[in-house]
Ligand binder design. Structure first.
Ligand code: SF4
Length: 172
C-alpha cells in the first residue's frame, strides 16, 4: 500500500472528468459545486493509494477489501440516498433537482448498516430458474442484471467494477 501523498492536480482533474462523463452517460449527476466535488475526488484518490481501492472519502474504511466492498465508490447506498435525499452520503452524486437548484443539499443520514447486519451475498439458485443456460449476475450498486458466464468488467449503468457484481442466479 502507498502513503498519503496528496495527488497532483492533473490526476484529480482527470478523475473528476471521468466520473463526470460516466455519471452523465449513466443518468447520474456529480455535485455542481466543482471545488467541493474535486475535494471528494482527491479523497478517492488518496484512499485508492492507501488501500488499493477507492473507498468512500467520508467513511472510515477497514483496509480489508471484502469488509469495505459496500463502500467502494460508488457505494451500495448511493442510489437509494439520491432517490430519498437527493444526494449520496458524501454529496458527490446528487439528483437533477439539486443540479437545477430546485432543492438544497441537506445532511444525509448514514444508511450503511452496522457490521453484523451488512448485506450477505445473494442467495444463489432456485428450483424454478435452475435450468438457465448462463448464470445471472447482479450489480450490487445499481441492481443491473445480466446473464453471462462472468460479470462484465464495468457495469454499463453505474460504472461499478467487476468485483461489485454478485452471482444472483446459478445456471443449470
Ligand atoms: S457514492 Fe457512496 S462512496 Fe461514493 S462518495 Fe457518495 S457516499 Fe461516498
Amino acid at each position: 500500500m502507498g502513503n498519503n501523498r496528496k495527488p497532483d492536480q492533473d490526476k484529480i482533474d482527470r478523475l473528476y472528468k471521468k466520473l463526470y462523463d460516466e455519471a452523465e452517460q449513466g443518468g447520474y449527476h456529480l455535485n455542481p459545486d466543482t471545488e467541493f466535488t474535486k475535494d471528494l475526488v482527491e479523497g478517492l484518490l488518496i484512499n485508492e493509494e492507501r488501500y488499493g481501492y477507492p473507498s468512500c472519502p467520508c467513511r472510515l474504511a477497514s483496509g480489508i477489501k471484502q469488509e469495505d466492498i459496500d463502500i467502494i465508490c460508488p457505494c451500495d447506498y448511493r442510489d437509494p440516498d439520491v432517490v430519498e435525499y437527493d444526494a449520496c452520503y458524501c454529496g458527490l452524486y446528487v439528483s437533477e433537482s439539486i443540479v437545477d437548484g430546485e432543492k438544497q443539499l441537506t445532511k444525509i443520514p448514514e444508511r450503511r448498516p452496522p457490521v453484523d447486519q451488512r448485506q450477505k451475498p445473494a442467495s444463489v439458485g432456485s428450483t424454478s430458474v435452475s435450468k438457465l443456460p448462463l448464470p445471472v449476475w447482479r450489480c450490487r450498486v445499481c441492481g443491473y442484471l445480466c446473464a453471462r458466464d462472468n460479470p462484465p468488467e464495468v457495469c454499463p449503468i453505474c460504472k461499478a467494477k467487476k468485483d461489485r457484481f454478485e452471482k444472483f442466479i446459478e445456471n443449470a
